[in-house]
Design a protein around this ligand. Sequence first.
Ligand SMILES: NC(=O)c1ccc[n+]([C@@H]2O[C@H](COP(=O)([O-])OP(=O)(O)OC[C@H]3O[C@@H](n4cnc5c(N)ncnc54)[C@H](OP(=O)(O)O)[C@@H]3O)[C@@H](O)[C@H]2O)c1
Length: 208
Amino acid sequence: MRLLVLGATGGTGRAIIRQAGERGHEITAFVRSPQKLGSLIDRVTVRQGDPRSVADLQKVLPGHAAVLSVLGPPGPGPTTILRAAARSTVDAMEIAGPRRLIVVSAAVLFRDLGFLGGVLRHTLLKNVAEDSAEMEHIVMASRLDWTIVRPPRLTNGSLTSRYRAENGHLPGRSALASISRADVAHFLLGELEHGSHTHHVVGLTGGT
Ligand SMILES: NC(=O)c1ccc[n+]([C@@H]2O[C@H](COP(=O)([O-])OP(=O)(O)OC[C@H]3O[C@@H](n4cnc5c(N)ncnc54)[C@H](OP(=O)(O)O)[C@@H]3O)[C@@H](O)[C@H]2O)c1
C-alpha cells in the first residue's frame, strides 16, 4: 500500500518508515521540515506542507490507500495541533479520499486507569489530553473508516512485536504502562493491513 504519514519526522513516524519497506508498503512523508528525516529521506517520497491546511492535504492525498497520523505536540504546554490537523485531514479525505484513517491518541484518556490516571489527565498531561480528546471527537464524527490508537508512555525501546491491544480499554489498566514507538509502529502497520479495529478506540500496551 502507499501510505500518507503525518508526523513522519517524529519518533513513531520514523519507526513506521523503518518498518514499512520490509512489509511492502511505500510511504509518503508529509512533513514541514524534510531535513529532519535525515538518512530516512531516501526511503520515502517527501511532500512538504502544513497538516492544518485542507488545500495542502488535498494536493497530496490522491494515490494513497490510507492516512496514518502520528502527529504530536512538542511538549506539555497548550496545544491545538492535534484537533486542527484532524479537522483538515477529515475534511480533505472526505473530499479527495482515501477512506482509511488511523490516528495515534493517548491512553491517559481512558477513565479506568485509577487515581494516577486521573491525576495525570488533569495536571502534567492536561493540554495533550484535551487536544487528543478534541481530535478523537472529530475523527469519530467523520464518515471515514477510522481507528484511534491510544498508547501509554512511549519509549525508544526496540521492536519486540509483543504487545496487547484491547478495544475500549488499556490492557492492564495501568497509568504506569509503556510501549516502544517501534511496537506502536508495528501495530499501526498491522492494523492498516488487516483492519481488525475499524471504528474502535484501541488501547495498546507493551509486554505480553
Ligand atoms: N510521548 C509519549 O509518551 C506519548 C504517550 C502517549 C501518546 N503519545 C502520542 O503519540 C504520538 C506520537 O508520539 P511521538 O513521540 O512519536 O511524537 P514526536 O516524536 O513528538 O513527533 C511529533 C511529530 O508531530 C510533528 N508536529 C508537531 N507539531 C507540528 C506542527 N505544528 N505542524 C506540523 N507537524 C507538527 C513533528 O514534526 P517536526 O519534526 O517538524 O517537529 C513530528 O513529526 C503523538 O500523538 C503523541 O501525542 C505520546
